[in-house]
Design a protein around this ligand. Structure first.
Ligand SMILES: Cc1ncc(COP(=O)(O)O)c(C=O)c1O
Length: 367
């Protein structure tokens, strides 16, 4: 069987979750997210955020695309769009799920290597939009979206988000941070952004379980920092099919993830495994598309080496760099062709799998 570095949701779930699902299996529990396990999970998340009672609103749903479309369609007015980097998940990998709710995803320029939205570009866009005497001919910029970690495995510091926040406040806009991979972003450099800072920095964010050891599930957190965007959210959650009758499944999983720091320990493991892989690849002079500290690595590889490695491992093609990009990456003199592929480690990755990958790399690279 090939070893997979394709993503961080190839395995089932953390054993603690399976154990708690099994232990509680015959308990008769109320539905739709109002059960005691969901309430307990909410309490634990509130405590970690340092929230006052009833300060934040927390809900659970099954998947990331679902969380994004439900949040965005709930918060936006019918005539509004959402601003995103071109590589933002809602702009690239959600089959126009947001547009299907009637809201345009408006993409702004962003650094193609880091994939990050930056405050200056955002400010320039908004200033130009509002300088137009007839702005109503294009969608109202109603929300700012970015994911943390990004599609390129990079992550934001508090300072970077603060700069986006300042622009958002100037234009009275909410920020939605998609945290499908929030765990790996926060533990990448905890001193640069901590969980409790989110309460002041963004209006709504998700805490991804699916990619961090849950069977599935995302928590949606409205911080209510200025405006109550969560008002009547349960109606939208229900209408859009995101409210699970067996809400216990999500409650038990998040209650487990937020017990004994499991959520962050799982993410730390994924990042540590990525560190080992990154170090091994750097020792082999492999070029990286961008420098990341999370569990996603994007590397340049020749098509031939890729073909050989794919015999024993699974990983995904990401993009084919242009000539100009190859030159920016210092490969202008190479007579080789390169592809960018993504390697992902997870809460379940074993060190031995990485050793095998690096060993096979050596076997093939030296042919
Ligand atoms: C940042 C981000 N948001 C949302 C999603 C969508 O999640 P799902 O596949 O559970 O719908 C993904 C999935 O890869 C993601 O990486």
């Amino acid at each position: 069987m090939r070893i997979s570095f394709a993503n961080d949701y190839s395995e089932g779930c953390l054993p603690e979750i399976l154990e708690n699902l099994s232990k509680t299996n015959l308990e008769q529990i109320g539905g739709y997210g109002l059960d005691s396990y969901s309430k307990s999970a909410i309490g634990k998340i509130e405590q970690l955020l340092g929230a006052e009672p009833n300060q934040v609103d927390i809900h659970f749903t099954v998947g990331g695309t679902q969380a994004n479309l439900i949040v965005i369609s709930h918060v936006l007015k019918p005539y509004s769009g959402v601003l995103s980097a071109p590589a933002g998940h809602i702009a690239t990998h959600e089959s126009a799920a947001i547009e299907a709710t009637g809201h345009k995803v408006i993409t702004l320029d962003a650094d193609p290597y880091t994939g990050k939205l930056d405050a200056l570009t955002l400010a320039a866009f908004l200033s130009e939009y509002w300088a137009n005497p007839e702005p109503e001919h294009s969608p109202f910029p109603g929300m700012i979206y970015f994911s943390n970690a990004t599609e390129y495995g990079t992550h934001y510091s508090a300072q970077e988000i603060r700069a986006i926040r300042d622009v958002a406040d100037e234009y009275d806009m909410p920020i939605f941070m998609d945290g499908a991979r929030l765990g790996t972003a926060l533990v990448a450099e905890p001193e640069k952004l901590s969980f409790d800072q989110l309460i002041d920095l963004v209006d709504v964010f998700t805490i991804g379980g699916t990619k961090n050891g849950a069977l599935s599930g995302e928590a949606i957190v409205f911080t209510n920092r200025k405006q109550n965007y969560a008002d009547r959210f349960r109606w939208t959650l229900k209408q859009r099919g995101g409210m699970l009758a067996k809400g216990r499944l999500l409650g038990i999983q998040f209650d487990t993830l937020f017990t004994d720091n499991l959520y962050f320990r799982a993410a730390q493991h994924a990042n540590q495994m990525a560190d080992i892989l990154r170090t091994g690849l750097k020792q082999r002079n492999v070029k990286f598309w961008t420098e990341t500290k999370t569990n996603q690595l994007f590397i340049l590889i020749t098509p031939e080496l890729k073909r050989l490695l794919l015999q024993d491992f699974i990983f995904l093609d990401w993009l084919i760099p242009s000539k100009q990009q190859l030159s920016e990456l210092g490969l202008e003199k190479s007579d080789q062709n390169y592809h960018v592929v993504r390697l992902v480690t997870s809460w379940a990755t074993q060190k031995e799998a990485i050793e095998q990958f690096l060993n096979r790399w050596d076997d093939f690279a030296n042919l």
